[in-house]
Design a protein around this ligand. Structure first.
Ligand SMILES: O=C(O)CCC(=O)C(=O)O
Length: 293
């Protein structure tokens, strides 16, 4: 794959040329827009801090689930690294559009939607209800390199992910890494890892990926098949991110999974998948009626 540097991937929200940014995304399967989510960062940080505290308050009240443990308030915990203060650590927080007004508002940011429209076309829906991930300090989980399509493979283009930094994020506290151009590799085989589905670490070492260090408010867009991941948080403060995903209004999941076992089962049913029950909220354009047959 062609060697790509940070300069090839980044633009500034203050001087956003939507068409030029969309071209970067299409070529590399990823794009960094500096400062795009700045208008929402303070409110998001406030809500994420609240949900971290809520989770800590009930961290011992858990139910086992296939991906780890769920707390009473709905956070997903996974096993903690050796030497951690608990045997479980936070991963996915119960922060979504139905929990936080700031989060929902940030999913409707007009310049972001202009950019998404320039990539996906005029009719766009939200994919799911947003995601918020926290790496706890002093060892918080790595997310092994992976393609999101391992978790939600789609019929058409698939969702564009937009991961947003809430604090300044660097190599020490777990910045996102991307492999530019990897969206053209097709669907790769994933394995079960501590952080769920991930690529084989010998075939896909971190050295093959480009770290994206950034400031609070920076956004990283990535294709559903762009290889990405992040290393542990070695700092002394939590590292939160929030993620929006947008997809064409007619797109839908054909394979949904979290483990190799449930993925193998889901692949058998892929041909039966349809748009039924997969309609999400529209953020641009109109959902056209499609006559069957
Ligand atoms: O929390 C992170 O840095 C990684 C997020 C990620 O890879 C994902 O949600 O697919």
């Amino acid at each position: 794959m062609k060697s790509v540097s940070m300069n090839d991937l980044e633009v500034s929200a203050a001087a956003l040329d939507v068409k030029a940014a969309a071209e970067i995304y299409k070529e590399h399967g990823c794009l960094v827009v500096r400062g795009l989510m700045l208008p929402y960062v303070d409110a998001m940080r406030r809500d994420i801090d609240l949900v971290i505290q809520e989770t800590l308050d009930c961290i011992d009240d858990v139910t086992e689930v296939p991906e780890g443990w769920s707390t009473a308030n709905g956070a997903l915990l996974i096993p903690a690294p050796e030497g951690f203060k608990r045997d479980k650590q936070m991963m996915c927080m119960p922060m979504s559009y139905d929990f936080s007004a700031a989060f929902f508002q940030s999913a409707h940011h007009p310049p972001t939607l202009d950019l998404v429209e320039s990539i996906l076309g005029p009719d766009i829906e939200l994919f799911q209800l947003g995601q918020c991930l926290v790496k706890e300090p002093v060892g918080g989980h790595p997310k092994n390199l992976h393609q999101d399509a391992a978790y939600f493979e789609h019929k058409y283009e698939g969702p564009i992910g937009q991961l947003n930094y809430v604090i300044d994020t660097d190599l020490n506290n777990g910045c996102l890494h991307v492999v530019p151009g990897s969206h053209r590799l097709g669907m790769l085989r994933h394995e079960d890892t501590l952080s769920h589905l991930g690529l084989n670490a010998d075939e896909w070492p971190w050295e093959k990926a480009l770290p994206i260090e950034g400031r609070a408010g920076d956004s990283i867009f990535f294709h559903v098949k762009c290889i990405h991941g992040s290393q542990p948080n070695r700092s002394d403060a939590p590292r939160p991110v929030f993620i929006h995903r947008y997809r064409r209004a007619d797109d839908y999941i054909v394979v949904s999974a979290t483990t190799t076992e449930n993925r193998a089962e889901a692949e058998k049913a892929a041909a039966q998948a349809s748009k039924d029950n997969q309609r999400m909220l529209m953020v641009r354009g109109f959902r056209r009626f499609e006559r069957e047959g």
